[in-house]
Design a protein around this ligand. Structure first.
Ligand SMILES: O=C(O)CCC(=O)C(=O)O
Ligand SMILES: [Fe+2]
Length: 166
């Protein structure tokens, strides 16, 4: 996606007994990185579509706050590029791509103090700044209806206007 969604709106029409959604603030996640990891992540670009050359820096300024934020998608990333458009440019193999995605996920998991898990009640509505907050469904969202009841979550997104760049 060339311009990531600005906002996400969630409305749960039917909440299951368990099956929350995780939210994590990305500026704070960057601030929690070790100096070494921060420097490495600054050199990474994420490739969401190689053919249409949609490539964004992993770390870039949030268009409204200008504070550093992250552009990543744990499920839909074709690859990464180190030092994009410099003489040291290098594209990752699939195994290296998987390693980097795991590293990002591990970084999230190692900051439980930053994580907010929303446990839904029917009728809840959330409006989130999608560029400032990462989100992920918890594994419990995959439990069968027979065990936890029906889960119907409506999500609407507000089109982004910013092409992330350094
Ligand atoms: O099902 C959830 O809790 C999260 C859904 C989600 O990731 C999305 O709508 O983008
Ligand atoms: Fe999502």
């Amino acid at each position: 996606m060339d311009k990531p969604f600005k906002f996400s709106l969630y409305y749960i029409a039917s909440a299951p007994k368990k099956g929350g959604t995780v939210f994590i603030p990305l500026k704070e996640l960057i601030e929690a990185l070790s100096e070494e990891k921060h420097q490495r992540w600054e050199k990474l670009w994420m490739v969401s579509d190689r053919q249409s050359r949609i490539i964004h820096p992993l770390i870039y300024p949030h268009p409204s706050t200008k504070k550093p934020t992250l552009c990543f998608h744990l499920g839909m990333t074709e690859g990464f590029c180190w030092n994009y458009q410099s003489k040291d440019e290098r594209w990752t193999s699939w195994s290296e791509t998987e390693e980097i995605l795991s590293e990002i996920h591990a970084e999230i998991e190692s900051n439980p103090n930053l994580i907010y898990v929303h446990e839904w009640q029917t009728g809840d509505f959330i409006l989130s700044d999608n560029l400032a907050l990462g989100h992920e469904a918890t594994p419990e969202t995959q439990l069968p209806v027979s065990e936890v009841g029906l889960r119907v979550l409506h999500r609407t997104t507000i089109r982004g206007t910013n092409f992330p760049s350094k």
